[in-house]
Design a protein around this ligand. Structure first.
Ligand code: ZN
Length: 126
């Protein structure tokens, strides 16, 4: 299973986690810029790096990025659009047999790269 903000925060019974889901509609009232960011997989979690403060956030299903650390202040609070890889299902399928700490992917890694890693380093990555 690959985590997104919705899958992760909905299972965590902590006020801060619930707040992140509850506050999302407020985030989505913000203006969306035409700037984009790419999602990546880190330890089986879909995340997005903040280009301004080096924080990272879980990917939300709406594919909009808002940094809870710097509040996108460098963008006047506007949201970024998230670009997802077209071959997301294939990427997840290739990472699935790996232990969670080895389920990592980022652009521009290809599905051929992941398949080759699985084949060449079967002892280390799977
Ligand atoms: Zn930030």
């Amino acid at each position: 299973m690959f985590e997104t903000a919705e899958t992760y925060f909905s299972r965590i019974d902590r006020p801060q986690a619930r707040k992140r889901l509850r506050d999302r509609p407020l985030v989505l009232t913000r203006e969306v810029s035409n700037k984009t960011l790419r999602a990546r997989i880190n330890h089986s979690r879909w995340v997005v790096n903040c280009p301004h403060c080096n924080s990272a956030e879980f990917l939300f299903g709406d594919k909009r990025f808002f940094c809870t650390e710097c509040k996108n202040e460098a963008m006047d609070g506007k949201l970024y659009k998230i670009v997802m890889p077209k071959n997301k299902p294939q990427i997840e399928t290739l990472l699935e047999p790996r232990p969670i700490f080895n389920r990592n992917w980022q652009y521009p890694e290809t599905i051929e790269d992941l398949a080759e890693e699985n084949k060449l380093h079967i002892e280390e990555v799977i």
